[in-house]
Write a protein that binds this ligand. Sequence first.
Ligand code: ZN
Length: 85
Amino acid sequence: MNHAQKNANEKSNFESTVKDTEMLRDVATYICESCGEEIELMLDHSEGSHQEFIEDCPVCCRSNIVHVEIGENGGVRVWATAEIA
Ligand SMILES: [Zn+2]
């Protein structure tokens, strides 16, 4: 194997590693409880398989409690409930 070919192999390994990392940054959507709009959300898998956080709707500015459930098979469930006033 000559030197140039070795470098090419290392480059392609690096690219596939980057691609795998990007696959963990999933985009999920939930429906805003107040206005019914579909809101996009970046999933953070490092926060665990059950997540709950408050997010202001970018459309109507009401707060939603966003629930995230990540199954062992990688299936993701995201839904929102209205924040209790
Ligand atoms: Zn809304």
